[in-house]
Design a protein around this ligand. Structure first.
Ligand code: HEC
Length: 255
C-alpha cells in the first residue's frame, strides 16, 4: 500500500513539474509544414529537388557536417548514371592503405566509398566549431521531431535576438531551435549556389532542396515501402471480393 502511495506522489510531482520541464527544454514554435512531394501514401521523391539538395549539401553543409551512412553509389537513386557518380566521387580524396610498404596513401574516392567526412574525428570537428559538434546529417530528419519541416525551419529561422537575450560569441538566435540558441551561424544566403535548372536561388528554396535530400538519405526505401503497402491493400481488397463471391455461392441454396 505504501508503495502505491509513493508511486502516486511521484506521479503527481512529475505532473506538477512538467510545464517547468517543457520550458527548460526550450519552447520553440512548431516548424511550419511545407508542401513535400514525398508526403502522403502515394508521395514520391522529386529527383530534380534531390539533385539540387545534394548540390547544397556538397557546396555548403559538407564543410562541417558528415553523412557517414551514404556511399557515392547510393546517388544512383537521384537519377545519376555510373559515369556521373564516378565523376562526383573523384572530386574527393580519401585515405586508403596500407600499401605494400605499410604506408597509408591518398587516392580519389570511388563509387564504393562512403561520403567523405569533413573532419577526422569528433574532437577535430568540435575544435573547428567553437566547441559545438556539427551532427552527422545521414539520419537527421529521423532524429528530429518535424523531420524535413524542422530542417527547413532551422535553415530559414535565423533572426535578430530579442533584447532580453544575451548572445555569447559563437551563438546565434534561431526561432525554431529548441531554446533558440544555436552554435551554427546561418549557413545559407540568397544566390549563394548556382542552380542550372532555373529554380529560384533563394534561402527558402535551398533549404527545401537540402531538406528533401536529407529526407531521402534517412529513408531511401520509402518509395518501395509505399508501393508494397499499396499492393498489399489491393490484394486484400481482391481477396475480400473473392471470399464474398465464394460465400454467396456456398450459401445460395440454403434458405
Ligand atoms: C560552418 C559550419 C557549419 C555549416 C557550413 C553548416 N552547419 Fe549545421 N551545424 C553546425 C554546428 C556547429 C551545429 C551544432 C549547433 C548546436 O548544437 O548549437 C550544427 C547543427 C545543425 C543542425 C541540427 C540542429 C539541431 O536540432 O540540433 C542541422 C539540422 C544542421 N546543422 C543542418 C545544416 C545544413 C542542412 C547545412 C547546409 C545548408 C549546415 N547545417 C551547414 C555547423 C555548420
Amino acid at each position: 500500500m505504501d508503495n502505491m502511495k509513493h508511486a502516486i506522489r511521484f506521479f503527481l510531482v512529475i505532473l506538477a513539474l512538467s510545464p517547468a520541464m517543457a520550458y527548460a527544454a526550450g519552447d520553440a514554435p512548431h516548424a511550419p509544414e511545407q508542401d513535400w512531394s514525398f508526403s502522403g501514401p502515394f508521395g514520391t521523391y522529386d529527383k530534380a529537388s534531390l539533385q539540387r539538395g545534394l548540390l547544397v549539401y556538397r557546396q555548403v553543409c559538407a564543410v562541417c557536417h558528415s553523412m557517414k551512412h551514404l556511399f557515392y553509389r547510393d546517388l544512383e537513386a537521384l537519377g545519376y548514371d555510373e559515369g556521373q557518380i564516378k565523376a562526383i566521387a573523384a572530386e574527393y580524396t580519401v585515405t586508403d592503405g596500407p600499401d605494400d610498404e605499410g604506408e597509408m596513401f591518398e587516392r580519389p574516392a570511388r563509387p564504393s566509398d562512403k561520403f567523405k567526412s569533413p573532419f577526422a574525428n569528433e574532437k577535430q570537428a568540435k575544435a573547428a566549431n567553437n566547441g559545438a559538434l556539427p551532427p552527422d546529417l545521414s539520419l537527421i530528419t529521423k532524429a528530429r521531431h518535424g523531420g524535413a519541416d524542422y530542417v527547413h525551419a532551422i535553415l530559414t529561422g535565423y533572426e535578430e535576438a530579442p533584447e532580453h537575450v544575451e548572445l555569447l560569441p559563437g551563438q546565434n538566435y534561431n526561432k525554431y531551435m529548441p531554446g533558440h540558441i544555436i552554435a551554427m551561424a546561418s549557413p545559407l544566403m540568397d544566390d549563394q549556389i548556382a542552380y542550372e535548372d532555373g529554380s529560384p536561388q533563394t534561402v527558402d528554396q535551398y533549404a527545401k532542396d537540402v531538406a528533401h535530400f536529407l529526407t531521402w538519405a534517412a529513408d531511401p526505401y520509402m518509395e518501395d515501402r509505399k508501393r508494397t503497402g499499396i499492393k498489399v491493400i489491393l490484394f486484400l481488397l481482391a481477396f475480400a471480393a473473392v471470399m464474398y463471391a465464394v460465400k454467396r455461392k456456398t450459401w445460395a441454396d440454403q434458405h
